[in-house]
Design a protein around this ligand. Structure first.
Ligand code: WTA
Length: 646
């Protein structure tokens, strides 16, 4: 958490032009307050239902919620077909920009044809409603098509971020029992083709459930081929009919599983279902960004391998008939103005990105965005970690030209959609605060006993009412679902895992995770996951990992390792080896920024590693209270080992 989050006192009122035509006005809060369920019911009516629900919410068995009970709908029909039927088939759904500069424009009519063909192909491969399908793809349109094709036939997609390792993919395939994998030969990253198929081959060889691997040709890299199992997308999908009649599924039919890091080494398969999820992502996308389908060009810069991509590249925008940008590559390829060039080229009106990206742009300098015409922008968004006021002001000034409201959106993989954020035509903005629980959402800050706090007192963030896009369980592990989220304050209070406080105006300030989850460049990584990877290396006896604040990435991963008796401390070489080992094991995003070889780790008398002290060291702070340590001299030993610079 950054101290500076509390220092910026300026307020930024909603721009008048925006307020005058905003999708939602200030009354929305009172409306939702008067009757929360009626409010969500109205939001659900923005979708097309094959069968109306009998009950808005069934919360008779908390924390297992059912929303829109008895309702039936098809998610893909809502995202694609109905817009074509309404005469918008020629509207662009995606302006896709490949990293090398190749482009594709996909209209809603074309998207409908592609989704139908892919749905027919999955059916031909024997994929049935309820089956899980793994998707391990670069940022190409087929990734969206594959997701929607699954949704269309009632299969449950499980997208794994393309930057994750074969190991990570294998464990997710096994846990979910996926019957097929959709992938590509590779994608373009940092100016070069980056292979994906080898990781799939490796992962699938270690799993039992996968029957087929469907491969999109993107980079034309050479790939290994397993006859009978592997199929080219262009062979199987292209020849299918563009006709497919969507079947209506129950509102609670599973839509997708998304794995996220928790406090143990085993990632949790967060399960989202259909009707409530689409209701809230669609409504929040429309309200938070003031989305105008006829005129806006919307861009979420995330990867579809994360929940932000699911909710705000795919489901929310498509349900609202938005025109979106989809970009395959990195911001600095082939030059550091690439994003701004895209904004200028497509006249992007709404940009949704992460603080870590803004801080990187800050480092590169304001003369880069200044070279481009960014005057089309009207609303900016932020997600993934608290946005520090310096970055907020820079974003506001240098990208938003001082005229665009910034909506800082707090939410999680588990929440599915925005939960705490300002509304652009309503809220007086406070840089650094996510401010207001979304209409229909009840968020509180409480102490350890669950008593509500106010007046800038730091506590824990909880959600006190169920919401439509909430996770329904952890795949295959109801007990872990209850234990992780719904036991600290009873079965009806959701414990988010974030520290927070409310100021005198009632605005919420998020203060980072209170558990062993790190936030690196907006990505959640568990300390225990990195620790288990390190101790799996033959040289390491014990490891402790902490997230230390980092000026660009929010937090950086710092590891302390004790070597095995027979292992030789080869200094830098060993450290590099260990860093590479973790990157290969989990994925490059989990590569420690720093690894320190130490003789001892600070532990409490009950044997728990005192991460707080290690964090003090990693952040160069004076050591905090060491009285509960078994042996306080270990801290001196550790400090003596540190390089002068840290
Ligand atoms: C953090 C990403 C402060 C928080 C959508 C949360 C934020 C975790 C914000 C979820 C924000 C996300 N302000 N913190 N605007 N947005 N977080 O599951 O710690 O990848 O618990 O979902 O990111 O990360 P996840």
């Amino acid at each position: 958490m950054s101290e500076s989050t509390v220092q910026e006192g300026r307020r930024f009122p909603a721009p008048e032009e925006l307020t005058a035509q905003a999708n939602v006005g200030p009354d929305v809060y009172a409306e939702a307050e008067r009757d929360r369920l009626a409010f969500w019911e109205k939001a659900a009516r923005r979708l097309s239902w094959a069968q109306e629900w009998d009950q808005v919410l069934d919360w008779s068995n908390p924390p297992f919620a059912k929303w829109f009970v008895g309702g039936k709908l098809n998610i893909a029909y809502n995202c694609v077909d109905r817009h074509v039927e309404d005469g918008h088939g020629e509207q662009v759904a995606y302006h896709w920009e490949g990293e090398p500069g190749d482009t594709r424009t996909i209209t809603y009519a074309q998207l409908k044809d592609e989704v139908c063909k892919a749905a027919n192909a999955l059916l031909e491969l024997g994929v049935q409603a309820g089956d899980r399908v793994a998707i391990y793809m670069p940022m190409i349109p087929e990734a969206v098509v594959a997701m929607l094709a699954c949704a269309r036939i009632g299969a449950v997609h499980m997208v794994v971020f393309g930057g994750f390792s074969a190991d990570a993919l294998a464990s997710r395939i096994t846990d979910s029992g996926a019957v097929a994998v959709v992938t590509a030969d590779g994608g373009y990253r940092r100016g070069a083709p980056s292979a994906l198929k080898p990781a799939v081959d490796d992962a699938v060889s270690r799993t039992e459930s996968v029957r087929n691997v469907l491969v999109v040709r993107r980079t034309e890299q050479d790939v290994e081929w397993t006859e009978g199992r592997d199929l080219w997308w262009h062979d199987v999908v292209d020849r299918q009919s563009t006709e497919h009649t969507p079947e209506a599924f129950d509102a609670e039919h599973p839509l997708y599983i998304m794995y996220t890091s928790g406090t143990t080494a085993k990632p949790k398969g967060i399960l989202h279902t259909s009707g409530g999820y689409l209701t809230q992502v669609a409504y929040s996308h429309w309200a938070t960004f003031d989305l105008k389908p006829d005129t806006d060009v919307f861009w979420t810069s995330a990867d579809i391998g994360w929940v932000t991509g699911h909710s705000y590249i795919v489901y929310g925008p498509l349900a609202n008939r938005a025109t979106s940008i989809m970009y395959e590559g990195t911001p600095e390829t082939p030059h550091r103005g690439r994003w701004f060039e895209i904004i200028e080229k497509y006249r992007v009106t709404i940009l949704y990105t992460a603080p870590t990206v803004i801080r990187t742009f800050m480092k590169w300098g304001e003369d880069i965005p200044a070279k481009f015409d960014l005057s089309s922008l009207r609303v900016l968004g932020s997600v993934g970690e608290p946005i520090n006021p310096e970055a907020w002001l820079w974003y506001h000034q240098n990208i938003g030209g001082g005229r665009c409201p910034i909506v800082d959106t707090w939410w999680q993989t588990e929440t599915g959609a925005h939960m705490i954020n300002p509304l652009p035509g309503v809220t007086d903005l406070k840089p650094g605060s996510a401010q207001t629980p979304f209409p229909g959402i009840s968020a509180k800050v409480v102490d350890d006993e669950g008593n509500e706090l106010g007046d800038d007192t730091t506590g824990l963030l909880v959600l006190t009412e169920p919401w439509p896009s909430m996770l329904r369980t952890i795949w295959g592990d109801d007990d872990r679902y209850v234990d992780t989220y719904w036991s600290r304050f009873g079965k009806e209070v959701y414990f988010a895992g974030d520290g927070a406080k409310k100021d005198a105006d009632g605005d919420v300030w998020l203060l980072g995770r209170v558990d062993d989850v790190m936030n690196v460049s907006g990505h959640r990584i568990s300390t225990t996951e990195v620790e288990s990877s390190l101790v799996a290396h033959p040289t390491v006896a014990e490891a402790a990992v902490v997230g230390a604040s980092d000026p660009t990435t929010g937090q950086g991963i710092v590891a302390f390792v004790i070597l095995r008796g027979n292992a030789e401390d080869s200094g830098d070489e060993l450290v590099q080896q260990l860093r590479t080992h973790v990157a290969r094991d989990i994925g490059p995003i989990a590569k420690p920024r720093q690894i320190m070889v130490v003789q001892e780790l600070p532990k409490t008398r009950s044997g728990k590693i005192m991460r707080r002290l290690l964090r003090d060291i990693a952040e160069n702070r004076e050591l905090g209270d060491v009285t509960t340590l078994t042996d306080s001299s270990v801290m001196n030993l550790i400090k003596d080992k540190l390089p002068a610079s840290s």
